[in-house]
Design a protein around this ligand. Structure first.
Ligand SMILES: Cc1cc2nc3c(=O)[nH]c(=O)nc-3n(C[C@H](O)[C@H](O)[C@H](O)COP(=O)(O)O)c2cc1C
Length: 175
C-alpha cells in the first residue's frame, strides 16, 4: 500500500475531509492527513475521528528539531482543497506552514504533487492567483482546474459538500 499525503487548507470542503480520506482509502492509499493550522482549528474538537480513520497522527505544525518524523514517506501528495491564501503563499515560495513546507520541497524532490483549489471568483480575481498557478505548474505541480478539477464559484454560492474528491483522486499518479 502506498502512502498519500492528503493536505487540506481552511477552505469549505475541509469540513468534509473525512469523506476525502474514505474515498482515497477505497483506492487503496495509506492516507496521512496534514492540515494547515487554520484548518486544524476547524477539526480540533474531533481530531481523534480523523486519527482513528487514517491510523496516523494528524499533523498541522512543523516538528521540533529533536523530534523524528511522525509519518511514513509520501509516494504522492494531494492538496485538497487548496485555499486561495495557501495557493498564493506556495506560489511565492512561502512555506510557513507544515502543509506548504511538504509540498514546496516535495515537488522539487520528485514527489508527484497534485492540487485542487476551492475558492470563489472574487478570491480568484486577485492577480496573484494566475501568477501562482503558472509558477506552480512550471515546477511540475499538477493543478486541477477547469473540467479536470474545480472552477471558482460565485461568492456565497459554494457547495463544499459536493467537492469533487473523486476527480482529484483519479488524477493522482505515482509518476
Ligand atoms: C468559514 C470560513 C470558510 C472559508 N472558506 C474558504 C474557502 O472555501 N476558500 C478559501 O480560499 N478561503 C476560505 N476561507 C479563508 C481562509 O480560511 C483563510 O484565507 C485562511 O487564512 C487560509 O489559510 P490556510 O490556507 O493556511 O488554511 C474561509 C474562511 C472561513 C472563516
Amino acid at each position: 500500500m502506498s502512502t498519500l499525503y492528503l493536505i487540506a487548507c481552511a477552505a469549505g470542503p475541509t469540513q468534509f475531509v473525512d469523506e476525502g480520506i474514505r474515498r482515497a482509502q477505497d483506492r487503496d492509499w495509506d492516507v496521512c492527513l496534514i492540515l494547515t493550522p487554520s484548518a486544524a482549528r476547524w477539526w480540533e474538537p474531533r481530531i481523534d475521528v480523523l486519527e482513528e480513520l487514517t491510523g496516523h497522527p494528524v499533523r498541522s505544525q512543523y516538528k521540533l528539531p529533536w523530534e523524528t518524523d511522525a509519518l511514513p514517506k509520501a509516494a504522492a501528495m494531494l492538496v485538497a482543497p487548496l485555499s486561495a491564501t495557501s495557493l498564493n503563499k506556495w506560489g511565492a515560495g512561502i512555506a510557513d506552514t507544515l502543509a506548504l513546507g511538504l509540498v514546496s520541497e516535495g515537488v522539487n524532490m520528485g514527489v508527484p504533487t497534485f492540487a485542487i483549489p476551492y475558492f470563489n471568483r472574487a478570491q480568484a480575481a486577485q492577480p496573484a492567483v494566475l501568477r501562482s498557478i503558472r509558477d506552480l505548474r512550471a515546477q511540475g505541480v499538477v493543478y486541477l482546474d477547469g473540467s479536470a478539477g474545480y472552477e471558482p464559484h460565485q461568492p456565497k454560492h459554494g457547495a463544499p459538500e459536493q467537492f469533487p474528491w473523486d476527480m482529484a483522486l483519479d488524477a493522482v499518479r505515482l509518476s
